[in-house]
Design a protein around this ligand. Structure first.
Ligand SMILES: [Zn+2]
Length: 258
């Protein structure tokens, strides 16, 4: 599971885009900061809203991410075709995506469609929205890595702890992206499957790894909320242990018990 890239996410930052989503919404449900609008009758809106509220709480508790103070709009489509019809009109070129996070001049928006992946997709894209509400200064790799981490519910993450046994070997291969390489990536279109896997692996190490590593992530996120961070996360980690790649690999070969 760990080595399988689930999909490629596009976080669209359309800063000049201000038009509102136009479609026929048959339902609206809200629980601040989330509002759900759907073109079908959603079976479990209160469950979805409760799970996303828990996601916000988890981001705050684990990472110190500030609670969103503006609405985040979630648009749910009855099926892939309805989603694609809509996206092809509003955001041509992105119809093949399974879900989208869009930040224009107005509220943050998440678009997704009904199906077995809906929960995962909502968690992934809403993580982007919540991180964006905290800071607009996250590097691409960290934004995607954290979204990949939190797209699993806490229960799914627990089950995923028996992660792919091939991971330590994959990390030793020359094609494994280094953190230096990840930090250079700024174009999501260039961010490939290996980058996603590496970003997810780093995110998990930063969130669940040694406590001094966890502290660096929280400090970095706190700094990014106020200003452009002076040091990258790699800089911060290398002050703990110069060879950050080797230290991370060693952790994955023998993760400390929690
Ligand atoms: Zn993403």
């Amino acid at each position: 599971m760990w080595l399988a890239a689930r999909y490629f996410c596009y976080a669209l930052l359309l800063l000049g885009w201000a038009s509102r989503v136009q479609a026929v919404w048959v339902e609206e449900h809200s629980r601040f900061p989330f509002v759900i609008r759907a073109d079908y009758r959603v079976e479990n809106p209160s469950t979805i809203l409760a799970e996303l509220s828990e996601l916000q709480t988890e981001l705050t508790d684990k990472l110190g991410v500030q609670a969103a103070t503006e609405w985040i709009e979630l648009y749910l489509f009855r099926d892939q075709r309805s989603f694609q019809d809509y996206v092809s009109r509003q955001f041509p070129g992105f119809e093949s995506r399974r879900a989208l996070f869009i930040q224009g001049r107005g509220p943050a928006m998440v678009l997704a469609y009904r199906g077995e992946n809906l929960g995962t997709d909502l968690r992934h894209e809403t993580t982007h929205a919540l991180l964006r509400a905290h800071t607009a200064r996250l590097p691409l790799w960290l934004d995607e890595g954290l979204a990949e981490y939190f797209e699993l519910s806490p229960e799914q993450r627990e089950a995923d702890k028996q992660h792919d046994p091939k991971l330590p070997a994959a990390m030793r291969k020359p094609e494994w992206p280094s953190l230096t390489k990840l930090e250079r990536e700024t174009d999501v279109k260039q961010f490939d499957q290996r980058d996603y896997v590496a970003a997810r692996t780093w995110a998990r190490y930063l969130i669940d790894g040694p406590s001094d590593v966890q502290i660096q992530l929280r400090a970095y996120l706190a700094e990014a909320a106020d200003r452009e961070p002076e040091r990258t996360l790699r800089d911060r980690l290398s002050e703990l242990e110069p060879d950050v790649e080797r230290t991370m690999r060693a952790y994955w070969q023998n993760p400390a018990p929690e």
